[in-house]
Design a protein around this ligand. Structure first.
Ligand code: CA
Length: 228
């Protein structure tokens, strides 16, 4: 079941998205307000990716994102932003979105983004070596969970994929391009900035002090390194 929710108040844009996602083989749930989207997600709990427009009458896309994330860390979330809303991209990612797409976008770009998140939220393909232990962290690849000092840390699917990539490459400097390829996939259209924003959010969750990170360290002018 590959179910996608599309929240967009402008009906012409919504139809454009819906037609293209259906053509790509997705089952699509439509909502024209944030309230309606939250309501529909309750009855469609198996929705794996949500596309959220930012500018909406009523509660905005960021608030919808926040409310979804309060109870659901597994669903993939993509924000739809206008070109003029450069800062909103960062805000959206910090409220828990996994990705953003800038309007106007091509059908190919949109479906590539949804495909990438869909692969991530699918799970189930990890091998049998179920645990990677690097104190204080314990990653369980069967349950897709991370513990720090025995305490569960709630991660989005993208954050989980980043942590797994780091724990499989301890001490190795990874360039931002490599991280984008490893986590988002080689056919991904996105910008390198998405790597930095996701890592900034991840640091807030896993570091003792996010302003002085000791697990995910910055390799200046290059990328990041896992130092646990
Ligand atoms: Ca709108």
């Amino acid at each position: 079941m590959k179910k996608v929710l599309v929240l967009e108040d402008e009906s012409s844009i919504r139809s454009f998205i819906v037609i293209n996602l259906r053509r790509a083989g997705y089952e699509v749930i439509e909502a024209e307000s944030g309230e309606e989207a939250l309501e529909k997600l309750k009855t469609h709990g198996d929705t794996r990716v949500a596309l959220l427009d930012v500018m909406l009458p009523g509660i905005d896309g960021f608030e919808v994102c926040r409310r979804i994330r309060a109870t659901n860390s597994r669903i993939g979330i993509i924000m739809l932003t206008a070109r003029s809303q450069e800062m909103d991209k960062v805000t959206g990612l910090m409220t828990g979105a996994d990705d953003y797409v800038t309007k106007p976008f091509s059908p190919a770009e949109l479906t590539a983004r949804v495909d990438a998140l869909m692969r991530r939220s699918g799970g189930g393909n990890d091998d049998n070596s179920a645990e990677i232990s690097q104190p204080p962290f314990l990653l369980n690849t069967r349950n897709r969970t991370l513990e720090k000092d025995g305490q569960r840390i709630k991660l989005t699917q993208v954050e989980y994929a980043i942590v797994k990539m780091f724990m499989e490459n301890p001490g190795k400097a990874l360039s931002r391009e490599e991280i984008l390829d490893l986590v988002w996939g080689r056919d991904y259209f996105g910008e390198l900035k998405i790597v930095d924003v996701n890592i900034r959010r991840l640091r807030l969750k896993i570091e003792d002090n996010a302003t002085n990170p000791m697990y995910i360290t910055t390799v200046w002018g290059y990328g990041y390194k896992w130092g646990a």
